[in-house]
Design a protein around this ligand. Structure first.
Ligand code: HEM
Length: 546
């Protein structure tokens, strides 16, 4: 027994020091060690098979005990931070919650309300919602990404949003910066205009019918991103259906990532299961198809592909088509799903608060004649429109999962406000809970109240009470729906232009009549964190305005 104890404690120390996540060393320590012991100790057992079973069982139990005891002991570097026991013991708990209900954002928000600004959500992971956290963690002098992002690495390379090395990330980000320069922005605006007109055309054709606005916003997001990224027409708005089964494919490829991301060490083992990566492979094949189509066009359109492929020859080394396809697939998921989700939440709030809808309509009607196309400069300056969009993104940021960063080994730790974060710690920022922190947004941090984003001397609260501006706290620096800093959303400006244009066009031309009251009541219950968000239906009748 003492031999097994000595072997197991040595194994534990090696694991703790080197954090093996690669299968070979991990399997040597987990299986090789007890098997070797069994062959040495076989004379003490009824036979080799019994020795193997007994040593393996004792080895694993001891290892589990060592790990558990250390993680909940006062000697653990995060011992001073509060959190539920299952979180302290293993990240498997968070993986379970993510996989089983997709409600980790609500769970973490509850923990913050219970324990305060810093909560231990994993053995080596803290969730922080402190009012100064964004600049410290995400900003220019912030922290590099944590292992949560390892799921973005594939056989063909890693997509931009999964690159953890800041220097490499900066290099891969350059074409995105070029894509967002003014010449391309003009081209993207034309595409937005084209897609908005498909949207209003499609809605007009279905006037009086009950449609699912969530689905239509998704068609809008995908049609735009197909055009913007690859000059590819999915034509979903024209045909009124998901022409390529993309929505289902995206949902299926994301549903597993939401729990795997919490236990990234499991990735090499999962890859050994035949067919395990089928959903992602399908998604990748869809990306390859549109990328090849774009190659066949051969033209130098200033779409995203043009920049990602470096068709203008800015870089010393031309990127490979496979890597560009991965980034293109990222663009479609990152760009289409997020904007579509925001718009669906937006309409939900407008249906819930008809007075806000009317106020917005007044602003839109005053700014545009009925048949005007979008004016992107004007729309960027419309205070109430932007207040309503910001408020939607505050309460329901489409990226519901935490943005994880890491205080690296050997850095000596980091201060966040008055909290010391020791090295080797993952720090997670969940926009859903940071945005509901009363130290960042108050009063009524849980209430949809767009006025908080306006600059005024007095405010009329949702209760009708009038208060001076000193009573209203809106910490714009804590707004992180697009993240912040060098790894923030690369498509923020395009996304905002696209959403503003879609909102103005619909508000100007249509009345929305809710077809099923239950959709609003059940909205939050149905909402799931699915890497980004998974939404319920929003059945409405679209009635053209007289
Ligand atoms: C409402 C719309 C959008 C929201 C709320 C949003 C939000 C975000 C957030 C929070 C991140 C950081 C994710 C992380 O660190 O894990 C991100 C990254 C990213 N987004 Fe967006 N996004 C939106 C639309 C778009 C669009 C339209 C595009 C493309 C045109 C886009 C392209 C990207 C890219 C490429 C990244 C990775 C950036 C990097 O790693 O440097 N996003 N987005």
């Amino acid at each position: 027994m003492s031999a097994i104890f000595a072997a197991s404690s040595t194994t534990y120390i090696i694991f703790k020091r080197f954090e093996y996540s690669k299968p070979v060393p991990a399997l040597v320590l987990l299986i090789g060690v007890p098997m070797t012991l069994a062959s040495v100790l076989r004379d003490h057992f009824a036979g080799l098979a019994t020795a193997m079973c007994a040593t393996a069982a004792v080895h694993w139990v001891l290892l589990t005990l060592f790990v558990a005891v250390y993680r909940i002991s006062p000697f653990h570097p995060l011992a001073r931070y509060p959190g539920p026991l299952p979180c302290k013991l293993s990240k498997c708990w968070m993986a379970y919650l993510a996989g089983s209900g997709g409600k980790t954002h609500v769970y973490i928000d509850r923990l913050h309300r219970l324990y305060g600004d810093v909560v231990r959500i994993g053995p080596n992971e803290l969730s922080v919602r402190h009012k100064d956290v964004c600049a410290t963690v995400l900003g220019a002098k912030g922290l590099p990404r944590g292992p949560y992002y390892d799921t973005r690495e594939h056989d063909d390379g890693v997509s931009l949003d999964g690159i953890r090395d800041p220097a490499l990330h900066a290099v891969r980000r350059r074409p995105w910066a070029r894509a967002m320069n003014s010449a391309s922005t003009k081209y993207f605006e034309e595409l937005i205009q084209h897609t908005v007109s498909d949207l209003t055309g499609g809605l007009k054709e279905r006037a009086g019918e009950s449609i699912d606005l969530t689905e239509w916003m998704s068609f809008f997001g995908l049609d735009f991103m197909g055009r913007m990224a690859f000059s590819y027409d999915y034509n979903m708005l024209k045909e009124g259906r998901d022409t390529q089964g993309l929505r289902r494919m995206i949902d299926q490829s994301l549903v597993n990532l939401r729990w795997i991301s919490h236990i990234p060490w499991s990735i090499p083992y999962l890859k050994m299961i035949p067919g395990a990566s089928k959903n992602w492979d399908d998604m990748k094949a869809a990306g390859d198809k549109v990328a090849r189509h774009r190659v066949s066009l051969g033209s130098r359109r200033p779409d995203l592909f043009h920049h990602l492929m470096d068709e203008e020859g800015h870089e010393a080394v031309r990127p490979q088509l496979e890597v560009v396809s991965v980034d293109g697939a990222l663009a479609i998921i990152a760009g289409a799903d997020t904007a579509a989700t925001t718009l669906a939440h937006f309409w939900m709030f407008m249906l819930r608060h008809p007075a806000y809808f009317e106020r917005l309509r007044k602003e839109v009607d005053a700014a545009f004649a009925r048949d005007d196309g979008p004016d992107f400069v004007k729309q960027a300056r419309m205070p109430y429109l932007n207040a309503c969009l910001n408020e939607t993104l505050r309460l329901f940021p489409p990226v519901l999962a935490g943005l994880q960063r890491r205080v690296g080994r050997g850095t000596g730790g980091r201060m966040i406000g008055t909290h010391f974060i020791p090295e080797d710690t993952q720090v997670s920022l969940v926009a859903y809970t940071v945005h509901r922190n009363p130290d960042c947004f108050s009063p009524f941090p849980d209430t949809f109240w767009p006025d908080r984003w306006l600059t005024q001397e007095t405010y009329t609260l949702p209760t009708g009470e009038v208060v001076p501006s000193s009573d209203v706290l809106t910490r714009r620096d804590a707004f992180m729906a697009f993240s912040q800093g060098p790894m923030a959303c690369a498509g923020k400006n395009v996304a905002l232009a696209e959403m503003r244009a879609a909102v103005c066009a619909v508000v100007q031309r249509f009345d929305l009549v809710l077809a099923d009251e239950r959709a609003l009541d059940e909205w939050e219950e149905v909402l799931q964190e699915c890497f980004v968000s998974k939404l319920g239906k929003l059945p409405v009748q679209v009635v053209p305005r007289n």
